[in-house]
Design a protein around this ligand. Structure first.
Ligand SMILES: O=C(O)/C=C/C(=O)CC(=O)CC(=O)O
Ligand SMILES: [Ca+2]
Ligand SMILES: [Mg+2]
Length: 419
């Protein structure tokens, strides 16, 4: 029999008892931020569960990590504590456990309707790195930016490359994004222009949330890298393609990326995703030993992007992809990140890179979907080459199990005009 909660959860919910993603929320305006897990249409307040002494296992009974306004302290405790929290919460929320089910007072205090809460960024992000791990995305961008002969640089197949992103401009889903201004260069010998970006794009990504991290100078073994990843979120690496293509040679992404990055509020744990683990693509050539994993796995997570065009009621699906298209796994990314001795810290964020699949309907950004604006997309009565002011971009992600989902909810943002 599948595990069931006493909290009513509709069959299409992203948040059944099998999921229990972690976030930070305010139960009402003015109240202090606190950790919670999503269960159906409710958020379970972990600060009240902790106050009630219900985290009684060896790792969490003496900890005040659930009284914190972010999850960093909990992340630093590592996998044994994460597993204990999940087991405690699955037990407390299950249909046949009376402790919370039959305690009206505690239920009233700790179960808050999701419609009433404000979700915040769940972690303090010290450092944000964005990888480039979909071969399809790398090839398509390469053809457009560098020409078909050199579409993918030879190093790409030997190491998961990345750029250092900007953590200060990472915002939680629902935050508006102001169209960036910057320099662009139309073509040929014309001088550069300055103004609002004319090629504003989204990038469909996910990101790994780092747990305990490592000491400076001590790399993480690729086969132990999984223990350093708490979970995954949806991530939109908004990109201004005109600013990017003019500025980023030879040093890489800068102002074309750093004006905003949106993440979903719920961190879905790797433990919840384990039933959806699948083989990662075969890597050819074989990676060097420090990147060779005993078990190389991805997760089967269906991803979808919708655009709600300015002034319209309905949104249109513009692409459908899957996390399992990634060539480099998140554990290889993490191991590679630390191989030179670089230290990761609790709450660091590792973007996967744009997740494009092989078919044009599965490309992960407008640059690819419209082939740099050459083939506009039709969206119910209107068309788009790139994003316009007032457009809202909505990502969703979900793994479908036998009679239940493990989902991420949504990650959305609306474009506001440049000031
Ligand atoms: O092909 C390039 O030169 C750059 C592509 C990107 O936009 C970089 C990036 O954000 C990586 C990714 O999302 O996969
Ligand atoms: Ca990116
Ligand atoms: Mg960005």
């Amino acid at each position: 029999m599948a595990l069931k909660s006493f909290v009513e959860v509709s069959p299409d919910s992203h948040f059944p008892i099998q999921n229990l993603p972690f976030g930070i929320f305010k139960p009402e305006p003015g109240s202090t931020p606190r950790p919670g897990v999503a269960i159906g249409d409710y958020v379970l307040d972990l600060s009240s569960i902790s106050d009630a002494g219900l985290f009684d296992g060896p790792f969490l009974s003496g900890s005040d990590c659930f009284q914190e306004p972010n999850l960093n302290k909990f992340l630093a405790l590592g996998r044994p504590a994460w597993k204990e929290a999940r087991a405690t919460l699955q037990n407390l929320l299950s249909a046949d456990e009376p402790k919370l089910r039959d305690n009206a007072n505690l239920r009233e205090k700790s179960l808050v309707p999701m419609g009433k809460v404000e979700m915040l960024l769940p972690i303090v992000i010290g450092d944000y790195t964005d990888f480039f791990s979909s071969m399809h995305h790398a090839r398509n961008c390469g053809i457009m930016f560098r020409g078909p002969e050199n579409a993918i640089n030879p190093n790409w197949f030997h190491l998961p490359i990345a750029y250092h992103g900007r953590s200060s401009s990472i915002v939680v889903s629902g935050t508006d994004i102001i169209r960036p201004r910057g320099q662009g260069h139309p073509s040929g010998n014309t001088p550069p222009y300055f103004g609002p970006s004319r090629k504003l794009d989204f990038e469909l990504e996910m990101a790994a949330v780092v747990g305990p991290g490592n000491e400076l100078g001590k790399p993480v073994d690729v086969n132990e890298a999984g223990d350093h990843i708490f979970g995954l979120v949806l991530l939109n690496d908004w990109s201004a393609r005109d600013i990017q293509s003019w500025e980023y040679v030879p040093l890489g992404p800068f102002l074309g990326k750093s004006f905003g990055t949106t993440m979903s509020p719920w961190i879905v744990t790797l433990d919840a995703l384990e039933p959806f683990a699948c083989d990662a693509p075969k890597q050819d050539p074989q990676p060097l030993p420090y990147l060779a994993e005993k078990i190389s796995k991805n997760y089967d997570i269906s991803l979808e992007v919708q655009i709600k065009p300015a002034g319209q009621e309905d949104s249109c699906v513009v692409t459908r992809s899957n996390f399992n298209h990634l060539y480099w796994t998140v554990t290889q990314q993490l191991a590679h990140h630390t191989i030179n001795g670089c230290n990761l810290r609790p709450g660091d964020l590792l973007g996967t890179g744009t997740i494009s699949g092989p078919e044009p309907e599965s490309y992960g950004c407008l640059l690819e979907l419209t082939w740099n604006g050459q083939k506009p997309l039709s969206l119910k009565g209107t068309t788009r080459k790139f994003l316009e002011d007032g457009d809202e971009v909505i990502f969703s992600g979900c793994s479908k199990g036998d009679g239940y989902n493990v989902g991420f909810g949504t990650c959305s943002g609306k474009i506001l005009p440049s000031p």
